[in-house]
Design a protein around this ligand. Sequence first.
Ligand SMILES: [Zn+2]
Length: 419
Amino acid sequence: MSSLAFSILFIIFFLLTLSLRFWLANRQIRHVLAHQDKVPAEFSPKIGLDAHQKAAAYTIAKTKFGVASLFFSSAVLIGFTLMGGLQWLAAQVLGLTGPGMAYQLGLVIAFGLVSGLLDLPFDYYRQFVIEQKFGFNKMTPGLFFADLAKGLLLGALIGLPLVWVVLALMHKAGSLWWLYAWLVWSGFQLLMMVLYPTVIAPLFNKFTPLADESLKARIEGLMARVGFASKGLFVMDGSKRSAHGNAYFSGFGANKRIVFFDTLLERLAPQEIEAVLAHELGHFKLKHIIKRIALMFAISLAFLALLGYLKNQLWFYTGLGVDPLLGGSDAMALILFMLVLPVFTFVLSPLSSITSRKHEFEADAFAATHASGADLVSALVKMYEDNASTLTPDPLHSAFYDSHPPASVRIAQLNLAGA
Ligand SMILES: [Zn+2]
């Protein structure tokens, strides 16, 4: 391929993805607006018009903000690539470090810092303007920046050694470097699954063992019924940052722990909590989690093999506004790949939604069998109301962006199974 041909291909996909995302956002806004004056019949006794309109306003505010950040990040992408931003950054780093590993690592760090800095105002606005306006923000600016500092430190401690190993493999391991990099990456992912719940998450939140004895007995009964062993039930102080509620379990093997957000426990009745947890356990028992991990490993292998090929193609660099001979190409190949991959893969997003929705229906059915479908329905209704999630998303927008089926579809399915 010539460098010009690749530039043109990139621009075509860039415009395609940008206009598709813009069009979907507009559809979403129009759809929510058109349905904001009437609560859908299946929810009308349980969710009031006020809550429904709050959800509509919140969804529209988030979608409009998404459009603004879409245009900004698109401009940044073009600035980095075709307009020569990365090339300029590389020259600055090279001037400081000289060629070699210091340059490769320095370029990754510089790129990470610059793009993080560009995202920062958007993250801040999302939290302190949008979430604040709708009553979801519980963070102080102090906590926001403390989280940021911790995140940076963790990135340096955990991310940099990983990047260093990958760069060293790219440099020295020959034509199969991507296969070794995949093994390292997969091992790293598994390690993180162990470290995240026990070491990393506690840096950001407090986890206390669930104290409510009757709830505990109820949950232990459920776990015994479905044959699930866990290292413990924990309550997380999610209310420190946000009023949104959730439940999840993390870790694997003997390390599994179940985590409830305090915000969720406050709001749901014990039998509803049991039903929500039964859904989560369904994901585990039906092997959704292991399938998702296997799929993630397979996809990263395919992408690394692709990167292994692209790394040796001159057009991959020059077509994206970069001279690979400047200081060596390894870090540049990694950065370009991460930057432009989403431009080519966004059109495929409904494929992943299809699988995850199938899993959601299966987990709902599991919960209906092992706990109660009616309790899950009432829990879902409360969670939708509390999170101000729209009950009337545009179906096409939802197919691209939502891992979960729309509320009405899930609830209809559960009611059908219960009837
Ligand atoms: Zn689920």
